[in-house]
Design a protein around this ligand. Structure first.
Ligand SMILES: Cc1cc2nc3c(=O)[nH]c(=O)nc-3n(C[C@H](O)[C@H](O)[C@H](O)COP(=O)(O)OP(=O)(O)OC[C@H]3O[C@@H](n4cnc5c(N)ncnc54)[C@H](O)[C@@H]3O)c2cc1C
Length: 305
């Protein structure tokens, strides 16, 4: 059986991506988690998500971009997305990754690129979420976020923290002082035990600790998880503390636990669905398999059908 870390390792193997992408059937199976390759397909998926009273966040899949010209194409893509959101009237914001904007080439380039997207979103009254990536770029991501947050408003740009990181509770406390809008998630990368809790129990405990800190802060945050234990703990805490349903939102990934997404939205909780699209679907798809290796059987079963 493939383990989580083996799948995450494979997610970084570009050669395997080329190989897998040749199989149209394999590509078809990715549609469970990926909205398509074009903005038009993502818009169609978001319209459908919106019909279930869920808002959305566009995620153009691409990470660890290694040329400045490629980062320029990413900025153009996001400016087009923001324009399409206005034109179509769909309920969506955008999520970006700083390595997509050149963080591993030059942090200043990533800052300038992200700034152009945040500036356009702010002008349109929209919002940019900066995703969190591997621990090698955690500090650089927080630093760029802080610079942007100093220039733009609370409702223009937000960040993500991962409960598997040992540093996260302190980061949350620091960022709340600004204040900042935070998405808390468990974390999706392979991290060494010095920086991340190796045991799920500790990751979950830290998640609940940070969730409580966020909910009590008076700022609007995103509680991103498919884990019923985390969701129930959040609902219980909100009820016990008299925190309004409108004071925060749940967030889930496209195609994962749709039943739960729709149920929570029907119950009146805010629900945002993160909608990934684009040609570079491979690492994202492999990380989703890694989270739940049972999904491999779903893939294999369908390949043989
Ligand atoms: C909106 C959103 C944004 C995110 N942004 C980031 C980010 O910026 N940086 C980052 O590192 N990570 C991000 N993640 C991923 C996150 O860190 C986790 O890897 C992912 O959400 C799985 O954790 P979980 O909280 O769902 O709990 P888990 O303990 O992994 O899973 C709990 C339950 O959820 C269901 N489930 C979880 N994953 C799957 C799956 N792939 N297929 C089917 N069922 C599944 C299963 O029922 C499982 O038992 C994001 C997740 C969400 C929902």
């Amino acid at each position: 059986m493939l383990t989580r870390s083996a799948l995450i390792y494979l997610s970084r193997k570009e050669g395997l991506k080329e190989f897998a992408a040749r199989f149209s059937l394999f590509k078809k199976l990715t549609t469970r988690f990926i909205a398509g390759e074009t903005i038009a397909e993502a818009v169609a998926a978001i319209r459908e998500v919106n019909t279930h009273k869920c808002s959305a966040s566009f995620d153009h899949l691409n990470e660890s971009v290694s040329s400045a010209s490629e980062t320029e194409a990413e900025v153009t893509e996001y400016l087009n997305v923001l324009e399409r959101i206005d034109q179509t009237g769909i309920n969506s914001n955008v999520s970006i990754k700083l390595t997509q904007f050149g963080l591993e080439i030059d942090p200043e380039l990533a800052y300038r690129n992200a700034r152009r997207v945040v500036e356009d979103a702010a002008r349109r009254g929209n919002f940019v979420r900066i995703d969190m990536e591997g621990s090698n770029v955690t500090q650089a991501t927080i630093d760029i976020f802080k610079r942007l947050r100093a220039e733009f408003g609370l409702n223009d740009v937000g960040i993500v923290l991962q409960s598997y990181l040992r540093r996260t509770f302190d980061d949350a406390q620091e960022l709340l002082k600004i204040p900042a809008r935070i998405r808390i998630c468990k974390g999706a990368y392979n991290e060494p035990p010095e920086v991340a809790f190796p045991d799920k129990k500790d990751v979950d405990e830290n998640y609940i600790r940070v969730m409580k800190l966020l909910l009590s802060s008076g700022t609007f945050h995103g509680i991103a998880t498919h884990d019923p234990n985390m969701i129930n703990a959040t609902i219980r805490y909100a009820r016990d503390e008299g925190i309004a349903k409108e004071a925060f939102e749940f967030q889930m990934l496209y195609g994962i636990r749709r039943d739960l997404q729709e149920q929570l939205a029907r119950d009146g909780w805010g629900m945002r669905v993160y909608v990934p699209y684009g040609k570079h679907w491979y690492p994202y798809f492999m990380r989703r398999l890694a989270e739940r290796p049972a999904n491999i059987w779903f893939v294999l079963k369908n390949l043989w059908k």
